[in-house]
Ligand binder design. Structure first.
Ligand code: PHE
Length: 354
């Protein structure tokens, strides 16, 4: 390196100061550029570092005069580097934030809202009314014994009434899929002392050809009331109120004699047509009545089978199809629509949310 003189040092210093007009820290466009500039000026062999080092070749007076100028410049540069660094870092944070920012002008994503299935809302409405009338909830299994589903309900083996139910039997097992909710009558009476008043909603199974009004799997609500002195009149009164609450105050009921092995007398219960006020329409086939459920006075043999004394206790029972009620309430003409999970169908019943 050439001999350092005051003149050459001052020239080099002036050149450095001049270069800083163009290449100052405050103009560095990013952190990398800022760092490169810092190394070039203040690094171990940076321009200013070299100038400071070369002061030692000057006289003591010259050093006293020039040294502070160089130190001052170094302090100013360090401050400028720091300031720019802070600014660039803040800028980088802002940029990242802007990149990740939520665009609040976008329409929000609305998750699809669930609905209560029309069969569920119908079942809930039925059980709500019956629980207000004093019936409590009882449940039984879907797989039943032959005893509970038939024998104790006064349908002994080989009785022709077994033909009323197209039963699914389990393979290599004495069990079957319950064909009605009536076995819950047996289960409840066997585990409870009278009086009792229960409803039992649930799924039942029959080996039926599926069409617009039949399904191999459907739902029933069973009702059972046992007390002293319960008569057919109590059954009539109870079902009258139930039907009026379900279909409207004008609804009337009609009891037609019928046959069930577990009730005597038995009745098929109709309601006045909801669609034509009993004037006659296609839904009631011009009869003014819609067939709805089976009911009757509990047969003494059923009471005896569960250990109740038929001389002391009496009662009534009814069994009612949930799908049938739902079809009438909601104006659905094909039972299969309930099981197909077609949202275009299901979405129509929002107003029936319970
Ligand atoms: N269990 C009968 C059926 O499924 C309905 C019923 C219940 C009838 C209770 C009378 C009494 O057909």
């Amino acid at each position: 390196m050439a001999q350092v003189t005051r003149k050459s040092w001052e020239a080099a210093f002036a050149k450095l100061e001049a270069s800083l007009k163009k290449l100052s820290p405050s103009k560095a466009k990013d952190l990398a550029a800022l760092d490169r500039l810092r190394v070039a000026l203040l690094g171990r062999s940076g321009t200013l570092t070299e100038l400071l080092k070369s002061l030692k070749d000057l006289s003591i007076e010259e050093r006293r005069e020039l040294g502070p100028k160089a130190q001052e410049l170094r302090a100013a540069l360090e401050a400028a580097f720091d300031a720019r660094k802070t600014a660039l870092e803040a800028q980088a944070d802002d940029d990242a934030a802007a990149e990740n920012a939520l665009d609040l002008t976008l329409p929000p994503h609305v998750p699809p809202r669930g609905r209560v299935h029309p069969l569920t809302s119908t079942l809930e409405e039925m059980t709500r009314i019956l629980s207000l009338m004093g019936f409590s909830w009882a449940e039984g299994p879907l797989v039943e014994s032959d005893d509970n589903n038939f024998t104790k309900l006064n349908i002994p083996e080989h009785h022709p009434a077994r033909g009323m139910f197209d039963t699914f039997y389990l393979k290599d097992s004495p069990l079957l899929m319950r064909t009605h909710t009536s076995p819950v009558q047996i289960r409840t009476m066997e585990s409870t002392r009278p009086p009792l008043r229960i409803i039992s909603p649930g799924r039942v199974f029959r080996h039926e050809a599926v069409d617009a009004t039949h399904s191999a799997v459907f739902h029933q609500v069973e009702g059972l009331y046992i007390d002293k002195g319960v008569s057919f009149a109590d059954l009539k009164g109870t079902l009258d109120v139930f039907m009026q609450k379900l279909f409207g105050a004008k609804t009337r009921t009609r009891f037609r004699p019928s046959y069930f092995p577990f009730t005597e007398p038995s009745a098929e219960v109709d309601v006045s047509c909801l669609f034509c006020e009993s004037k006659g329409c296609s839904i009631c086939k011009n009869s003014g009545w819609i067939e709805l459920l089976g009911a009757g006075v509990v047969h003494p043999n059923v009471l005896s089978a569960v250990g109740y004394d038929p001389e002391v206790w009496s009662g009534f029972a009814f069994g009612i199809g949930v799908e049938r009620i739902a079809m009438l309430r909601l104006g659905v003409s094909d039972i299969r629509a309930f099981y197909e999970n077609d949202l275009r169908f299901l979405k129509q019943f929002d107003e029936n949310l319970v």
